[in-house]
Design a protein around this ligand. Sequence first.
Ligand SMILES: Cc1ncc(C[n+]2csc(CCOP(=O)(O)OP(=O)(O)O)c2C)c(N)n1
Ligand SMILES: [Mg+2]
Length: 349
Amino acid sequence: MDTDQSKNKVSLKEVGLSADVLMGLYTCLLKTRQLDEKLRRLFRQGRFAGTYFSAVGQEATTVGSAYGLRDDDIIGPSHREIGAMVAKGVPLSVIVAQVYARSSSPDKGKSHPCHYGYRPKGIINPSSTVAGQTVVATGCAMAFKIQKKDNIALAYFGEGATARGGWHEALNFAGIHKLPIVYICENNLWAESVPASLEAGIEHFADRSKAYGFQGITIDGNDLVVVHKAASEAIAKARSGGGPTLIECLTYRWYGHSEIDPANYRRSEELEEWKKKDPILGTEKLLTKLGLLATGKREALVEQVNQEIEEAVKTAEATKYAEPEEAYNDVYSDKFPVRRDELGMGGKQ
Ligand SMILES: Cc1ncc(C[n+]2csc(CCOP(=O)(O)OP(=O)(O)O)c2C)c(N)n1
Ligand SMILES: [Mg+2]
């Protein structure tokens, strides 16, 4: 019988993902939200210096696209990719050590609190220059192609970054050489205090890919399933030699550009509208309809995640800053230029 309750139900077949993948995605989403909110509170308590760049509201975009990547695939993050770090398996202790600039952080306290690089999981260190990582990740994709490897690169950036010259050069290069890369544009409608309407004369940033000869799509960046399926498809295409894709994810940051920005240039109605599209709530609604989120399951997961976060914070707070001399290490390499034979290119330097 077609009762109201049965109408509300959804099947895994309709969603097109397995229960394991859905629960894996959701766990990363929840972990990212809990960690992000905790780091905001810690900053406000003065427990670490500098500032903090929250990505609350944007988690489905980063988790959905990075989930399922291999360790030897490369991610080129910007400053709002905590979700991609969690989904790629970067330990929370490493993320917190970076925010706290401790000697145990991957760059030993040299960089920005939200520039998470981590070699064991293929995360390249972001550059502070907006869109810089797009160029480096494109170079990594070129290296994979030269080495005839089936790895892929994923480059993240905000919609504001797509106005930078280097960003266009990178996408042009990727289009020419059909590189194994997926470009994830997190269109959160703002670049600091500049609205998207003053950043470009086009409505959809995905349209920029047309100039470089590959596909660009615009999707709901707050729908975890939509993002994961679109990214997986583009990743599979890149891995099998089909070249790049630009995915524009429509999303929104709930808080200021960083914690020192009150974001009073935005209308509160705009924020309230986007809060209704909270990726956590949307995912929980779906999981409930699928019968995957039984009573008490969410609470148990939150408790488990919070424990892991507390542990990571305790460890970071008990760890020292790096010695001043450390500032000179890992800055310049005496290994450059890299030899052609090291890249598997053969021939003369
Ligand atoms: C070349 C350059 N200009 C300005 C900045 C300062 N800055 C850092 S992030 C940012 C806004 C970027 O906006 P967007 O790309 O949309 O990313 P979002 O912050 O919205 O995630 C700016 C202007 C910078 N780091 N580099
Ligand atoms: Mg933006």
